[in-house]
Every structure is written in C-alpha cells, then in structure tokens.
Design a protein. Structure first.
Lengths: 370, 614
C-alpha cells in the first residue's frame, strides 16, 4: 500500500510543525496545571490523559495516511451520518459539565462529537463541490444541500450550548464555499439572509452568551464577570513583556486569576511565561501551518484534494485565530480550543486527523491517476 | 465522466491558484494584527501590566443591593433596611490569617474560637475575596478595629444593608423573614444573583416576592495596597435596589387583630369583599422576624420549633380545622339550590333528630320548635341542617363545598397553602376502605364530620357571600414599584368565579346571617354593633367527640386540649359590605364567646377608621 514514491514525497515539514506545536502544548499545560498547589493530586492525571490523547492522535494521523485520501469522497456521507448520530446521542446521553452537554463518555475518556463533525462536514462539502466546481460559481440552487448539511450540526452544537464550536463550523463551511466561488447574485442574496438571521439569532442567545458579547464591547460595564476575565487575560499576556517570566514562573495563573487556563485561555499562560518572543514564535508557527496547508491545496492536482486541503487548513486557521484573538481581548470570549496546545482529547484527535489527511493529500499529489 | 474530465472542463490549476492568492494576503494580514496586538500588550503596555500582575493588587468587590422595602396600604413602612457594620478578612492580604484573627478577637472581646472556626469553615474560599467574620457590630467595636488598622492586615470593615422589621413580631407570618441561603438553594440555580453567605427570603412575602425584592448586585474593581486597603477605585457598577412592595394590609387593623389574639392560639383574617384584598392576617403566637436576620441560636430555634402552639405556622393559611357551624353556609346554599328546601320550608326541632336507630342531638337540648331556613341559620339549629344534609346527600354537598372554594387552594401566593378536606363517599372508600354511612352525612352537614377548612378559605367564602357571589383570589400585594416609584406590578382583583348560588339564595342566606347577629335569639348576638349592621355565623368545632355534657360542666372544667375551637365568620355593614372577617381561636370554646368579640372589635376598628359612624 505504501510504496517508495510515497515516502519520497512525504511532507516532513508539516509533520514537524504539528509535533513542535504539540510539544509546546504539553509544556505549557504542565506549567498551567503545576502552578496551583491544590491541583497537585490531579497534575499527573491531566498529563497522562493528554499524552494518551497525543498517542492516539498520532495513531489516527498514521491511519489517515495509509489509504488514498480519495476514498474519503466515497465514504463522505457515511462518515457524516455517523458523526451526526453521535451528535444527536450527546443531546440524550451526553455528560453535562457546567450547564453544557457536549461530551460522550467512552470508557475513561470523554469525547466531543462536535469536534468530529467539523471534519465530516469538510469532507462532505469538498466531495460535493469538487464534482460541480465551475468558473461561473455556485448558485443558490446548488448551495442548498451544503447549507442544510452545515446547519443541522450547527443547530445541534449551538443548543448544547457551544457557541464557539458552532461558529467555527459556519466559518469553515463559509470559507470553503467562498473559495469555490459563489455566483454574484446568489452571494448578495445569501449575505442579506445572513444578516437577517443573525439579527434574529440574537434573540435566541443564552443570557450568558449575550453577557460575553456585551463584556467584549464594553468590558467596563461588567467588571466582575466577563470584563474581569478579559482584563485578567490582558494582564497575564502583557506582564510577559519581551522575554516572559520564564517557564513555571507565571504569577497570575498561580492564583487562578485567569479562567479556563488549561483549555481556552492556555495561550495567556504561554504568553506570560515566554513573553513576546515566545508567543510571536507560536503565532508564526500557526501562520506557517496555514500557509503550508494552502500550498498543499495548490499543489494537489485534482479538485477534491484541493478543496479538502483548503477546508482542513481553514479549520486550523479559524480556531487558532479566534482563540488567540479572544485571549488578546480582540474578540468576545466564545470558548474555542487552541489546536494542538489546549488541553482536550477530542480537539487533539481531530486536529491530528486533519494533519494526517493533509499529509496524505500532500504525498499523493503526483498520483492522482490511480 | 471521471474526475479529470470535470476538472479540465471546468477550471484549471491556475484558477485555484488565483482564488487562493487573495486568501494568502488576508491570512498574513490577520496574523499581522495578532502580532501587533501582542506587541501592544507586551511591549508598549508591558511594564504597566507587569506591575499590576506582580503587586497582584486588583480586587473585586461586590456591592450588595438594598432590598426592596415593604409598606402597608396607607404607605406605612413595615420593613426597612438599616446599616450593618461587618468585619471581613481577605485571606491573601492577611498573610497569617490565624494570628490576625486572634488579634481581632481580642480587640472585639469575642472568643477567638468562633472567628477561627469561620476561617476553618471557609476552606476553599477564594483567597482574595472578603470573608465576613462578624456581622452587625456596634460603633464602638468598629472604632476599635479602625484604630488598630495597621495591626490587622487584610481586615476590612464594610457597611452593608441589613433587614429590619420595624415592629419585629408584627404580621411576622405574612411578612416572613430572611436568612442565609442554603447549599441546596445555591445549587438550584434559582438565585442567580446570590452567593454563599447572602440572605434570601425564606418565609412569607419575603420569600414569595424574592425576585422582586432582591435587586441586583453591583460590582467594583479596586486597587489595593500591601495591607489590602483600597487605594483606588478603578470601575464601579452601582447596585440596583430591589422593588418596593405596597401590601393590601391595613396596619391599624393588623395591630388590633394581633392585640386581640395575645395569649391565644389562633388566627384572625380580614378581607375587602369587593376585591379580595387581605386587610389583616394575624396568626398567634407569632415569632420575631428580626431574630432570624440577626442570627438565632440553636436553642432559640429549638424553642420556637417545639412550641406546642406552633408559632412557625401561619394558621390563616396552613392551619386546617373542622369548620363547625360555619359550614351551615354551604349546607344552606346546597339545600336551596337543589330545591330540597325553599324559603317556606319549616322543620320542627325537638332538640334531637332520629336517624335509623341513632339519635343526633341539637346543641340546644330543649329544641328550637318550628324553624325556617332564616331562623335555622340565626339560631344555628342543628336539627334543621341534619334534615337538609340528609336530603342533599354527601356527594352533592361536596360539589357545593368545592364550588364555594373549600377543599381547593385559594391561590394566595405565599407559603405552602393547605387545601383542607371535603369528604365524599368516594374519598372514604379510597382512604378508609369502608363505604359511607348515611349518619356521617348529618355530621358533615353541620361541619362536624371529616371536613377540614383553612381560615383563608372561610374568609374568601364569606366575602363572596357578602359581595353578591363573586369569589376573588385573596391578594396580598396592592402594587410593586421600582426604587424610583415607577410601577412594576399592580395587584388587580382576580375573580375566580361565582358561588354556586342564585341571587335569591344569597339574599336568604344573608338575611339569616344578619339575624344571627342582630336578633336576641341569634347565636352571634354578642357581635352586634350599634350603628352598623353586622352579619355573621358562629361555629364551635369539636376537637374530640364528647357526650353533649360540656354545656352543664362548663368550659373551665374541660382540659384545654379537649376544648372546642371557636369560629366566627362575618361581614359588615350588611347592606354594603366593606369588610369580611374570619376568626378562629384554637380551643376557644364557643364560637360566640371565643371568637365573636375579636371579630366585633376588628369590624369596629376598621369601620371606625373608615369614618362610618359606630
């Protein structure tokens, strides 16, 4: 199955980028958990868990390499249906954590199907678009199916409630659609509908979600709640200055001033301890991953590979962007993990899976005729 | 058509490259923004944020909202807030909390154990959040703490509003009290704005209207020095005070009612028949609402909870009693409406009634002679109502009782209202497993069977009789206004329906009730008032079935707990009723002598205040 030509074309750059980011993630997580003394008893288990997840993540990545990625197009609908079933199951038998029902328990691990559905939607849309792409662009008549495929999981995730992940799903689907080009009038029409729908959606947002948006627009208005998190995150990041306070020496995290340090706000720990140099390096690594992903898309010589690569890259791009912008108080706090760095198994698995597929597309770029 | 054909026909590699070229520029631009932001936060503002992070000097304070005030219908203040000086500790600033707290205890002359225990209890309390050590300290104690500020790092004095019930025990069951929120209540999620250590309404109006009274917490970001003392206020969001409530209660009447119940266990209720507004609701014995707010010792609570006269029960709403002869109002309606009797029907009362092989006695052993429905009501002739009950039957009677609002909640929205019991043959079969005995119907018809009613049900019933048949939901709140007096809620009268009685039936019924008070032979003669016609019905509810001998033996010789409950329900003035009352005195003996004078005095006070000539 794996012949020599494949190994010759193997994309070592992307693999190294992923592993380096993962390594930085483990170090930062160690520091974030290690800081609080009362957390000592669970320190071990947090690390153990995250390294297990990385192990499984690498296995998934390898699994994504061994077959020709074009098979994914044939399996697209099945994979999508499977993820959707899991997503529906979560609504009924899911584990509830602080008011949100997002997790499915599998033995000792819990898994978020909302992460899996992102990849499933990307594959399904890539398959659909690749058969129909044309210079004129897609009209509304062509777009209703991708729209439905996206909106069903979007609605299911939004009602968990997980606003961040559902918005990321929309951003990914939107990026892919714009990439394959929307016909002019349809684009105008869609934008109009989008504006009306988001106005209506405002009425259905949970109070705490509205609070977060208000907190972003006017942090002074809520110094104890949303504004406080944003301020503390800014202080943590800013206090890192040029060189940072050094590994394990962050002082704000020690008092648990910054919320969700292990997951959504892990970048603040990184920025506090490694300073501008460290955080700029990490941001540049993400930029590198994104540009490399787009390069893979261009170099793939058939539409499915190109569109699929664009979709997967946009997933990593949007998550990294939204997460970092949130920590830097440029965007509202919506709760999106930082790919490969935040604690959380589902995110690691799915991101490693995406890297695997990208590597797959990259090394089979010369073999598009089987 | 294979992939390659589609690909060649539609678009080529250059097309994709073109579509991506714009994207790449956007991606670079966006990442540049992130880098610029990092540069701004870490390099330009870096030293400022570094200082903030190292001094670790940003604290958050929560500003408690002043709770809404409670007034009576004339605007008299019943429940107020007063300032309470509390001493708190911020563990982070105290460095060595045990030593600081021991010093503090010495200064305040309190045993250090109590304060140290508070710190022990607060394991896991955020180290930078003030923990209240002692509440409501006197000015002298506060002066001592302020004077020794430098020896007490991390200790701070805060002023917080504290609930104050102006007259302590006044209307305590109705007003209720506050106390510290429990873990279950915190978990329930219904008290979003309250946290550990906060006080919430636990009883009465304080509980039922908690969402209105509570208000919204304010917040403040402050910068503190090394001693944890505020040096600069960064941002403030003011607290929003709770809404003020104007009750339907008339405090003058409430005071009268409570004074009349002193030394007795019982309840006195007054309602405006024209809209269902509760004018007075007294339950005796009462408790002191302030004791709950100021903190009650375990012994004090035990004493309250174990008192045999149940001071913690609102007898007006939660007490269930046999209705005694007041139930004859229901039997009258059922008899007339079912046309078992009419205004001309007369029965002969020889002082007893024979049913099967049993004798059912009238309370008057010598008998009432020939009586019609009006005389029967006025003189409370048991024999007349035995015969009406016998002909109507228990299940039809029960339908009328339900129609009169008995056996169902009145819907007053405070504290677990009791529903009472209206017996039916089906009920007996279900609960006792035995069929209904015909003789039991006779007892039910005069209110001495299994029936149970609450005083609030009875006052609502008699108010409906007074106003011509409209049953109103009892209302406690006249209006709720925001702190700036803008209206939030107006207590509009809520009609629940009509009594199951025609105008003619009600006219006869009212005539009987007027005669009961205003004829020398009437059982309520003692309640009469000069200048204003009172209508009413007495009731003497047996606590234990006894031989009909207590008349001769006299009240004094009967052990207290076996004495009958005394009832009086009525309204005045009979022609144009302004007030309906229900009085129940536990073990008060006869309705006329035990409850009548209380009702009379309440009516007199209220009408007097209305400037209707006594």
């Amino acid at each position: 199955m794996i012949d020599r030509r494949l190994l010759q074309h193997f994309d070592w750059v992307l693999l190294s980028l992923a592993l380096v980011l993962g390594g930085i993630g483990m170090l930062t997580l160690y520091s974030a958990v290690n800081a609080s003394a009362d957390m000592a008893n669970i320190t071990g288990s947090v690390h153990l868990r995250q390294s297990y997840w990385f192990g499984i993540g690498i296995a998934v990545m390898v699994l994504m390499l061994v077959f020709n990625y074009k098979w994914l197009k044939r399996w697209a609908l099945a994979v999508y249906a499977f993820s959707l079933i899991l997503l529906v199951a979560v609504a009924f038998v899911g584990k509830e954590v602080s008011g949100c029902q997002r997790w499915l328990l599998i033995g000792p691990f819990s898994f978020q199907p909302s992460e899996l559905i992102k990849i499933s939607v990307i594959i399904l849309l890539a398959g659909y678009f690749s058969d129909r792409v044309s210079q004129e662009g897609f009209t509304l008549k062509d777009l209703w199916r991708p729209l439905v495929w996206t909106l069903i999981p979007f609605a299911l995730i939004a009602r968990q409630p997980d606003l961040g992940t559902s918005l990321i799903l929309l951003l990914i689907a939107g990026s892919m659609t714009i990439f394959v080009k929307i016909e002019r009038r349809s684009l105008l029409c869609l934008s109009a509908v989008g504006i009306v729908v988001s106005a209506l959606a405002w009425f259905f947002l949970e109070e705490y979600q509205k609070q977060r948006i208000f907190g972003y627009l006017n942090p002074e208005g809520d110094p104890l709640g949303a504004g406080y998190h944003i301020l503390m995150s800014k202080i943590a990041v800013g206090s890192g200055m040029l060189f940072g306070k050094g590994f394990l020496s962050g002082s704000l995290k020690a008092l648990s001033f910054v919320p969700e340090q292990r997951t959504d706000f892990i970048f603040s720990v990184l920025a506090e301890e490694w300073g501008f140099l460290g955080s700029a390096l990490v941001i540049s690594l993400y930029l590198f991953v994104v540009i490399w992903g787009l390069n893979i898309a261009v170099r793939s010589r058939e539409p499915f590979g190109t569109i699929l690569a664009v979709g997967l890259t946009s997933m990593i791009f949007w998550q990294a962007l939204v997460n970092v912008a949130m920590v830097l108080a440029l965007l509202p706090v919506v709760g999106v993990p930082l790919p490969l760095i935040s604690y959380g198994g589902s995110s690691v698995l799915v991101t490693m899976g995406a890297i695997g597929i990208l590597l797959n597309i990259s090394m089979r770029r010369f073999l598009f005729k089987e | 058509m294979n992939d390659t054909d589609t690909y060649l026909n539609a678009v080529d590699g250059n097309w994709y490259r073109q579509r991506l070229s714009g994207t790449v520029i956007c991606v670079f631009a966006v990442f540049l923004v992130l880098l610029a932001r990092l540069y701004y936060l870490q390099i330009i503002k870096g030293s400022e944020y570094r200082r903030l992070s190292e001094n670790n000097c940003i604290r958050l304070q929560s500003i408690p909202p002043p709770r809404g005030l409670i007034y009576d219908c004339h605007g008299e203040l019943i429940v107020d807030n007063r300032p309470s000086f509390n001493v708190s500790v911020v563990l982070e600033d105290a460095k060595n909390p045990r030593r600081v707290v021991t010093t503090l205890a010495k200064l305040l002359n309190i045993g250090p154990e109590t304060l140290l225990a508070k710190i022990e209890e607060a394991k896991g309390w955020p180290s930078f959040k003030p923990l209240i050590l002692a509440r409501d300290l006197g000015r002298d104690a506060i002066a001592v703490v302020e004077a020794h500020k430098l020896d007490l790092p991390g200790i701070m004095v805060t002023v917080e509003p504290m609930r104050h019930y102006v007259e302590g025990k006044r209307a305590s069951h109705l007003i209720g009290y506050l106390s510290e929120i429990s873990r279950e209540e915190l978990k329930s999620g219904s008290f979003r704005d309250s946290g550990i250590g906060d006080f919430i309404g636990k009883f009465g109006v304080e509980r039922a209207f908690e969402p209105y009274l509570h208000g919204k917490r304010g917040k403040r970001q402050i910068e503190v020095n090394v001693l944890g003392q505020c040096t600069r206020i960064l941002k403030t969001e003011e607290a929003i005070p709770g809404n003020n409530i104007y009750l339907t209660l008339d405090m003058g009447l409430q005071r009268t009612a409570e004074a009349l119940l002193v030394g007795k266990a019982g309840t006195a209720l007054a309602m405006d028949p024209s809209n269902g507004y509760i004018l007075a609701m007294a339950s005796s014995p009462a408790f002191d609402s302030n004791a709950f707010v100021e903190g009650m010792t375990f012994e004090a609570w035990n004493k309250l909870a174990s008192n045999e006269f149940r001071p913690m029960e609102n007898k007006a709403i939660q007490g269930q009693y046999p209705p005694g002869s007041t139930y004859k109002i229901v039997t009258t309606i059922a008899g007339l409406e079912e046309e078992v009797i009419d205004e001309n029907t007369k029965y002969y009362c020889p002082g007893y009634h024979r049913y099967g092989n049993r004798i059912y006695r009238c309370w008057k052993r010598s008998g009432h002679g020939f009586v019609n429905i009006i005389d029967a009501l006025a003189q409370s002739c048991d024999v007349f109502f035995y015969q009406v009950g016998e002909k109507v039957g228990v299940d039809r009677l029960a339908r009328y009782a339900k129609g009169c609002g008995l056996g169902v909640p009145t819907g007053i929205n405070v504290d677990n209202e009791a529903v009472g019991l209206v017996p039916t043959s089906a009920w007996k079969l279900r609960s006792k497993g035995e069929p209904w005995q015909g003789g039991e119907t006779l007892s039910v018809a005069i209110g001495q069977g299994a029936n149970l009613v609450t005083p609030i049900q009875m006052v609502s019933l008699v108010a409906a009789v007074a106003n011509g048949g409209t049953r109103y939901k009892p209302l406690l709140v006249e209006r709720i206004v925001a702190a700036d007096d803008s209206p939030i809620h107006i207590g509009m009268p809520e009609p629940l329906g009509r009594l199951p009685a025609s105008d003619k039936t009600l006219r006869l019924l009212r005539t009987g009730l007027v005669d009961a008070v205003n004829k020398r032979t009437g059982t309520g003669w003692i309640v009469r008032l000069a200048g204003s016609q009172v209508a009413g019905k007495t009731g003497t509810a047996q606590v234990v079935a006894m031989k009909h001998k207590e008349d001769q033996n006299g009240l004094e010789s009967t052990p207290f707990r076996f004495r009958d409950h005394a009832w009086f329900v009525g309204f005045a003035p009979a022609e144009k009723p302004r007030i309906a009352v229900a009085v129940l005195v536990e073990h008060g003996g006869h309705g006329a002598s035990g409850a009548g004078p209380i009702a009379r005095q309440m009516i007199k006070t209220y009408l007097g205040a209305l400037k209707i000539e006594d």
